[in-house]
Design a binder for this molecule. Structure first.
Ligand code: PHE
Length: 346
């Protein structure tokens, strides 16, 4: 028995001596296999324990196991020492004072930013934000807006029609945010004031100022005593805040089936202030912004209101147009180009 104990201790001593001399991890691996591997003498000894009498086993078993743990520990310790010895402390030093690397950051699209800015100004004036679907029925986009089929005004906006299944209503991509007007009025009783920003579509050739897909924002303010003065005041207030400069308003007679009277809406040129005229306003001092007017009573009737009970003002302005003026953007097609050289400027 004592002989066996001595033998095990000898093995351990031999292993320790070799570990102390090992220079590389490969050395260590070899020593480990030799002393603890499946085919090692030590492993054979461990396996042989089961053939001993239980008394003998109790006498040597704990020692053999303890030595095995000791050897495992010494290998791990030696590996750790080697690793630390191989660190180049100067080279691998973490310089906590080095400036960080700035990661590119995403941000909202310029049109979303402008839309939110517009919404902020109008909500601060007591307006609510309304919306409607981009795929719209002919009813809301045209009929309810006093523009029945074959009405010549339908040709003012080349519409993308969608083939409808039998028996279903005719659908199209809405050509104007005015489609939100009757939708909203069916659900609400005046007085109210809303804006409805959203995407609209027209089957048009594109150029620097025209897109087939663009944004408008509709305004609709309805009550018993709304007049053109309110239209001018609200618009002037909005534009002065949006452009951060005093802006003058000009209304010119125009025609849209859903308003009476109808106007073409101009603001004083932002570059020259409307005084002298410059190249931005083609030397006439004014910039065209879109259509506006007082809601036609037929539209109120289509929404279920009593004729002549209410008056309302409405307009539909192009959002890109405003963004282009504010940020001096020369081509409307840039907005949907996906060109990050353009987008990252805002
Ligand atoms: N919907 C019209 C257009 O897109 C603009 C408009 C809106 C005109 C409201 C009058 C009143 O051209």
């Amino acid at each position: 028995m004592n002989e066996l104990k001595k033998h095990v201790v000898d093995i351990q001593n031999e292993a320790f001596a070799l570990v102390a001399k090992a220079k590389t991890e490969t050395d260590l691996n070899e020593i480990e296999i030799r002393f603890l591997g499946r085919k090692s003498e030590f492993n054979a000894l461990l396996k042989g324990l089961k053939d001993l009498s239980s008394e003998e086993r109790q006498a040597v078993g704990p020692l053999v196991n303890a030595i095995k743990q000791e050897m495992i520990r010494s290998f791990a310790e030696a590996r750790q020492k080697m690793k630390l010895a191989s660190v180049d402390w100067e080279k691998d030093r973490l310089d906590v004072t080095a400036p960080g690397v700035k990661l590119p950051e995403g941000h909202l699209h310029i049109l979303t930013q402008v839309q939110r800015e517009i919404e902020d100004i109008f909500t601060s004036m007591g307006f609510d934000i309304a919306s409607g679907p981009e795929i719209e029925t002919e009813f809301y986009n045209f009929d309810a807006l006093n523009t029945p089929a074959h009405h010549p005004a339908r040709d003012m906006q080349d519409t993308f029609y969608i083939k409808s299944k039998d028996g279903q209503e005719n659908l199209s991509l809405r050509s104007q945010t005015s489609a939100v007007q009757v939708r909203y009025m069916e659900q609400h009783t005046p007085p109210f004031r809303i804006i409805a920003p959203g995407r609209v579509f027209r089957n048009e050739a594109t150029d620097t100022t025209h897109e087939h897909t663009f944004f408008q924002f509709e305004a609709l303010m309805v009550g018993e005593d709304i007049n053109v003065g309110n239209l001018k005041y609200v618009a002037q207030e909005f534009f002065s805040r949006f452009f951060k400069t005093e802006v003058k308003i000009r209304l010119r007679p125009s025609y849209f089936p859903f308003v009476e009277p109808g106007f073409e809406f101009d603001i004083s040129c932002l570059s020259c202030g409307g005084e002298k005229g410059c190249s931005a306003c083609r030397h006439n001092g004014w910039l065209e912004l879109g259509g506006a007017g007082m809601v036609n009573q037929n539209v109120f009737v289509n929404a279920g209101y009593e004729r002549n009970r209410y008056q309302g003002l409405a307009w539909g302005f192009g959002l890109e147009r405003l963004a282009m003026m504010k940020y001096d953007i020369p081509d409307i097609r840039l907005f949907h180009s996906g060109d990050t050289r353009f987008l990252s400027q805002f």
